[in-house]
Design a protein around this ligand. Structure first.
Ligand code: SF4
Ligand code: SF4
Length: 438
């Protein structure tokens, strides 16, 4: 009977880890539905990006107060997990504050630090909730976030507040049990925050205190495991994916457009027909119509998007009332990818559902509104490039569907026939100089 809590704990822990691992494996398979793209160059720079952009949150520091608030939440998430390690081991072995006898004053210092951090996280979550729901910052009030994305952001903030409150309450009840001389509870003395709350519980019996402390303990750890399993369904997956995304960020000069390999090959086969593929070779595709045509990095970008809207706020097309929102481009890509992933899981392989990312999610009007200014890429704190996806889809519109505005079509045929955007014959190109001579 004494082992029952441990058995229950290990079962819950095992189920949570298994569920999380299955979902992450599925997300990984979805990401690798994208075409291959090589990011094996310049490893030192890639590691620098990982430390500065993901770990150091370098881009966030353009706005110091907001950066500090994000840093507190983020540090809280990472550092308080050290304490979760002890909770997990206690749950497995039926111990309490397992590390305390071995670490003594270091332990006291760490728990004090975690408590201060927990209060910091709690306050920042309240501020972030107010920014979204009371102040209604423009980028959070946007229609991009209507429905689930808006609720998702609120749920996570509320859960973090609850988790931090449980942690402090648990320690306050623990302190009272210490004072009552319960032998299972080491005498650690008052911690800096829970010590202030401890007198609130002092009138309770030992049984009530045990009930409060154990309830908080179980809810705290179950909440964390539930949070872990909620992450893959939430924009908060970026907490994990920001790291690989920063590592695999494009290192080219900002704004440099990639060559189209398919076009290069067309030219190559024209010059050297013997190199052209024969037989059952797949017909070449230009640009991207669906998630399969994007690269795996584009798809990793989609899963890493924090939905913060900084890209859309900086986007001149969005700011001047056009339909385009780079944040929506990323959200649509992720939604379509999830849909394709479910289709594959249900049918064994992809069964044509009559939909594509282009047209069913992202429209021609949105794509045409992009000025390719690169502001969205510059602003993104987690190294995402909505522009890359926009360009590939626009290439598909123009080169696969011959769908370009009338003005562009004139320019295209001029380039094809006259080698310049104008409608004059190349033979007449130097006439202006002759006229000057005359
Ligand atoms: S590159 Fe396009 S999507 Fe990005 S900010 Fe500029 S106009 Fe907007
Ligand atoms: S693409 Fe980047 S800037 Fe835009 S919403 Fe996503 S994380 Fe924020």
């Amino acid at each position: 009977m004494l082992l029952l809590p441990q058995v229950i704990f290990v079962s819950i822990l095992g189920a949570a880890i298994w569920l999380f691992a299955s979902k992450i494996t599925q997300i990984r398979s979805n990401i690798f539905l994208g075409r291959n793209e090589d990011f094996s160059d310049n490893k030192p720079q890639r590691w620098r990006n990982l430390f500065l952009l993901a770990l150091g949150q370098k881009k966030m520091f353009k706005n110091i107060p907001v950066a500090l608030m994000h840093f507190i939440i983020y540090a809280g998430f990472i550092i308080i997990n050290i304490e979760v390690l002890e909770i997990v081991l206690d749950g497995m072995f039926g111990t309490h504050r397992l590390f305390y006898p071995y670490t003594g004053s270091l332990y006291i210092f760490l728990i004090n630090f975690f408590e201060i951090l927990a209060v910091g996280v709690l306050l920042v979550c309240v501020i972030f909730l107010a920014r979204r729901n009371i102040i209604k910052l423009k980028r959070f009030a946007s229609k991009d976030l209507n429905g689930w994305p808006r609720s998702d952001a609120n749920y996570i903030l509320i859960v973090e507040i609850i988790l931090m409150s449980l942690f402090i309450t648990m320690n306050a009840a623990d302190r009272n049990l210490q004072l009552l001389g319960n032998e299972h509870y080491h005498d650690t003395g008052n911690f800096v925050i829970s010590g202030l709350l401890a007198p609130l519980f002092s009138g309770n019996s030992e049984t009530s205190l045990l009930l409060i402390e154990r309830t908080c303990w179980w809810l705290h750890i179950i909440g964390i495991l539930a949070f872990l399993n909620y992450l893959p369904y939430s924009k908060h997956l970026h907490i994990m994916l920001a790291f690989p995304n920063a590592y695999f960020a494009r290192l080219d000069v900002q704004g440099k457009m990639t060559n189209m390999e398919t076009v290069q090959n067309e030219v190559k086969y024209m010059m050297q027909p013997e190199l052209a593929p024969t037989g059952d070779a797949q017909p070449m595709k230009f640009g991207a119509k669906d998630v399969f045509d994007l690269s795996w990095k584009n798809l990793l970008d989609a899963y890493s998007c924090t939905e913060c809207g900084r890209c859309s706020t900086a986007c001149p097309a969005n700011e001047t009332g056009k339909l385009l929102s780079p944040r929506k481009i990323m959200m649509d890509t992720r939604d379509r990818l999830q849909e394709v992933g479910k289709n594959i899981a249900a049918n064994g392989s992809f069964k044509d559902d009559g939909k594509t990312l282009l047209n069913n999610y992202i429209t021609m009007e949105e794509l045409r509104a992009c000025t390719t200014c690169n502001a969205c890429v510059e602003e993104c704190p987690v190294s995402i490039s909505p522009l890359d996806i926009i360009l590939q889809m626009r290439r598909s519109l123009v080169m696969e569907d011959s769908n370009a505005p009338q003005e562009w079509n004139g320019m295209f045929s001029n380039i094809e026939n006259n080698y310049a955007p104008w409608k004059f014959s190349p033979d007449d190109r130097d006439k202006w100089a002759l006229e000057m001579e005359g």
